[in-house]
Design a protein around this ligand. Structure first.
Ligand code: FES
Ligand SMILES: [Fe+2]
Length: 407
């Protein structure tokens, strides 16, 4: 006669055997599909070919990237765009980047003196509402109502131009605020604006993952002692966006000389967090002070805003803006602001991350044949949550409209 404990154990082993069989089956199926490397072999699997989210606000650029009267052509989540700020100033406008006549890229056209956009092929002209106002080959004839461009909603705030790439803008979802970038109490400097030849999720995962600071950043922001500080995680919402945060808190921590150079402290209490405030933006907040002096006038630190704009499944644009409190100076030369010193030094860190992302992408481009699958650590908790958020958003867009509304 089996005891209850023996019966439960037997049941558990049955489930375990079934689980291992299913796991093996999933890996075998993945390996059998050449060119279909996947990010993950578990309940949060995301195929590399299926990561783009349209129902989201993305940064199309910082405000200064839109000089009045200049056309800007871009591709975001695989969709071509033309954007411009009217010559007279005011709000940036954005439209589908293909001419409604024969798909000529409108960014190859020009803005005329009257403020209209002239297509470079047959000269159709469009006003800043996207309406066709001139067809040179049909003078005197009515312009068909079908002659227009598909507009995209734009919100300009905190010195950034955000664009909604989905169908109808969801009023519950707003571009996350990044107040340091527009506050006189902070100084901000752009550190990076580059096209990266990798899937954007690799960057999200890199930025949420504080555990790679050793060895990838050994000698600048990282060291082995930092890797041993426990990581905590939290999940909350930011302006309707699901977010995930990794935090490392340390007391009486001897941080690397690279950071001592910025702030002048060798031994610190430190609060260091990386938050995905939406899949389009990650905020890094590092604060330090001599032991017991956090949240006093001795506190120093930086905010790094990472803006992630997918171009397609294989490319994204990465913008980084560093911000420090106005008035904080570089201890080695007080004529230099702390943020200027951070902005001067950080490209070296970014280059190391770019190298890692590019190497990972090369491996993702291969079939998973004979690869045993990713093995995740406790420090990957935040990454797995981010994958879950992205997977859910991608899946929601795949639903028929009637179900999406019901959800
Ligand atoms: S393709 Fe634009 S005017 Fe013909
Ligand atoms: Fe890094």
């Amino acid at each position: 006669m089996l005891t209850l404990r023996q019966a439960l154990l037997a049941l558990f082993h049955q489930f375990e055997t079934l689980f291992h069989y299913l796991e093996h089956l999933c890996r075998h199926r993945s390996a059998a599909r050449p060119g279909r490397s996947s990010f993950l072999h578990s309940s949060v699997e995301i195929q590399v070919k299926e990561t783009l989210i349209r129902n989201l606000w993305y940064v199309a650029g910082t405000s200064d990237e839109f000089a009045p009267g200049q056309l800007v052509g871009q591709t975001i989540v695989g969709l071509p765009l033309v954007l411009w700020r009217p010559e007279a100033g005011g709000e940036v406008v954005a439209f589908d980047g293909r001419c409604c006549h024969k798909r000529m890229p409108l960014a190859a056209g020009k803005l005329l003196a009257d403020g209209t956009l002239e297509c470079a092929y047959h000269g159709l002209c469009f006003d800043s509402a996207g309406k066709c106002v001139k067809i040179p080959s049909q003078p005197g004839r009515a312009i068909p109502s079908r002659a227009k461009l598909r507009p995209y909603p734009i919100v300009e705030q905190d010195g950034m131009v955000w664009i909604w790439m989905g169908d109808d803008a969801n009023p519950a979802l707003r571009p996350p605020r990044i107040p340091e970038l527009a506050s006189p109490e902070w100084e901000a400097i752009r550190v990076q604006n580059a096209e990266v030849p990798t899937n954007y999720l690799l960057l999200i995962e890199n930025l949420l993952d504080i555990s790679h600071f050793y060895p990838l950043h050994d000698g600048n922001i990282g060291d082995i002692a930092n890797s041993e500080i426990p990581v905590e995680f939290s999940h909350e919402g930011v302006q309707g966006n699901r977010s995930v945060t990794s935090v490392r808190k340390a007391e009486s921590y001897r941080h690397p000389p690279y950071l001592e150079d910025f702030f002048g402290y060798e031994l610190v209490d430190r609060h260091h967090s990386h938050s995905m405030i939406s899949p389009a933006a990650i905020r890094v907040d590092l604060r330090c002070a001599p032991p017991g002096r956090l949240e006093t006038e001795d506190e120093r630190g930086y905010i790094l805003t990472h803006l992630i704009t997918p171009i397609d499944e294989r490319h994204h644009r990465w913008r980084v803006i560093a911000a420090c409190r106005a008035g904080h100076r570089w201890p080695a030369d007080p004529s230099v602001s702390t943020v200027a010193r951070v902005a001067e030094k950080f490209p070296g860190v970014i280059a190391q991350d770019l190298w890692a992302l590019t190497e990972q992408q090369k491996m993702l481009d291969l079939a998973d044949t004979h690869y045993l699958g990713e093995m995740h650590l406790r420090a990957d908790t935040g990454i797995l949550k981010a994958r879950e958020i992205v997977r859910d958003m991608v899946a929601a867009e795949a639903q028929p409209a009637s179900q999406a509304v019901a959800a």
